[in-house]
Design a protein around this ligand. Structure first.
Ligand SMILES: [Mn+2]
Length: 294
């Protein structure tokens, strides 16, 4: 099997994936393909024509749970074995979840639970996990072989490359920075919120705020501080079955967009609302959802 790295675009069209090869089966790991839900739900994801999409971003109810592409790849290989040798495996980025799901689909690492746990730590909780920390740290290099080689070294207990060691240290530094910031959050029920001066990596917050069901951070829009960027993330305390989509954020902030567990209004220029008003509106909608459940 051959690996193909496509540019990391916001929304990948089916045709861009099909152009990788005129006839070979295509396995697309850890990125969303526009309209993939029109395909058939199969073990591990969706099959649409020649494309098997192993990805947790699809807008279907089955994906709105704590799952990563790596967990889907593990299910897939356990149930169906490896793809045909002439397949092309396609990725757009090289974070922990992309690297692990791809390595599993290529048959270069076994479909074991430790990799699923690492992907969840990287994508959902931000908890300390040596595999997640190594692979998230190496992500900017966009070099699958570099990531996989260092993963192998780590699993053997051998020293990793200098580059990987630096990436791990940098990630540790960011986690410590986030833990200082985490101490400043305010709380409204299970909603934790904080106005920041500048953009901060929010991936560590769920593990640093274990009592949060919902995490909101605000930051001023650069060059126009009348507007605020709002970033929302599901916390680890969220009720199962609850997703950010249930909050109907667009009812008070039309610029908000995102997935079931994270999103922001950054792409649409932010909002004039203050964080206090945003918290009020979120709490009101959360209450509506809870009342509807009862
Ligand atoms: Mn990913």
């Amino acid at each position: 099997m051959e690996l193909v790295l496509l540019p990391n675009e916001n929304l990948v069209q089916r045709i861009s994936v099909e152009k990788v090869h005129p006839t070979a089966p295509l396995v697309a790991c850890d990125f969303y393909i526009a309209g993939i839900e029109a395909g058939q739900e199969v073990p591990g994801g969706f099959q649409l024509g020649r494309i098997l999409n192993i990805d947790h971003h699809a807008a279907s109810a089955s994906m709105a749970r704590t799952v990563s592409s790596t967990n889907l790849a593990i299910d897939r290989v356990r149930q169906c074995g490896l793809p045909a040798p002439e397949s092309r495996v396609v990725i757009t980025h090289t974070d922990c979840d992309s690297v692990l799901s791809t390595a599993i689909m290529l048959g270069r690492v076994p479909p074991e639970d430790i990799f699923g746990e690492a992907a969840i730590a990287a994508d959902h909780t931000g908890a300390e996990n040596p595999i997640a920390d190594l692979l998230q740290g190496l992500q900017p290099h966009r070099d699958f072989e570099l990531s996989l080689r260092n993963l192998t070294l780590l699993l053997q207990g051998s020293p990793v490359d200098l580059l990987a060691e630096e990436a791990l240290n940098e990630r540790q530094r960011k986690r410590e920075q986030a833990s200082h910031v985490a101490a400043r959050f305010q709380q409204e029920g299970s909603l934790f919120y904080l106005a920041l001066e500048e953009d901060t990596d929010s991936e560590f917050f769920p593990s640093l705020l274990p009592d949060a069901a919902l995490i909101l951070v605000a930051m001023p829009k650069p060059h126009d501080s009348r507007y605020s960027y709002m970033k929302l993330r599901l916390g680890t305390r969220a009720e199962s079955g609850f997703s950010i989509n249930d909050l109907n954020v667009n009812s008070f902030d039309p610029g908000y967009g995102g997935r079931w567990n994270a999103g922001s209004n950054k792409r649409n220029g932010g909002t004039l609302m203050t964080i206090e008003h945003y918290v009020e509106a979120l709490s009101r909608n959360l209450e509506c959802w809870q009342t509807a459940q009862a």
